[in-house]
Design a protein around this ligand. Structure first.
Ligand code: HEC
Length: 138
């Protein structure tokens, strides 16, 4: 009798132990949302704002991977193909210069470096793009 009771007890413990992980999982875990990568965004998650940067926010358009990290905005593509023939986009991205300086640089690139000059419309698109995103003026 005692032996059987002991076995039953052990079996019961074993069963309980086997159930433990299941029970643990179904218990609401306050850290579970944040611990699970890719968890559905929850309005209860106080860190949500930090985890998912809103692409619509921040200053200026996001960098375009396709066009050498130039800000993804109208003119990025024209600028990219016009300028990377001779140097990387880095030389553009580090500039904070005046509109007049951009006009001068364009002239310099054409006259001294032999830059191919596109049609007037494309030139305008590129210069407007440069003056909009890489300007020292407000
Ligand atoms: C035909 C070749 C050529 C093309 C095309 C070209 N550049 Fe340049 N660019 C140069 C050379 C050469 C330099 C000098 C590089 C150096 O100093 O290492 C230069 C320098 C620059 C500089 C740095 C100027 C400074 O003050 O140091 C900027 C900014 C620049 N280019 C912007 C542009 C932009 C924007 C375009 C496209 C509209 C462009 N470049 C297209 C040849 C070119």
């Amino acid at each position: 009798m005692r032996g059987i009771a002991k076995i039953a007890l052990l079996a019961g413990l074993g069963l309980a132990a086997g159930l433990m992980p299941v029970l643990a999982q179904s218990r609401p875990d306050p850290m579970r949302m944040s611990a699970m990568p890719g968890a559905a965004p929850s309005p209860d998650d106080p860190m949500q704002a930090l985890r998912t940067p809103d692409p619509g926010e921040g200053d200026g358009p996001a960098a375009s991977e396709e066009f050498g990290g130039l800000p993804d905005a109208p003119g990025a593509e024209d600028t990219y193909y016009q300028c990377v023939a001779c140097h990387s986009t880095e030389i553009i991205k580090q500039q904070r210069i005046t509109d007049a300086r951009w006009d001068d640089l364009w002239q310099w690139m054409v006259e001294e470096q032999g830059m191919y000059e596109p049609d007037a419309e494309t030139k305008q698109v590129i210069l407007t793009y440069l003056k909009t995103h890489f300007s020292s003026e407000l």
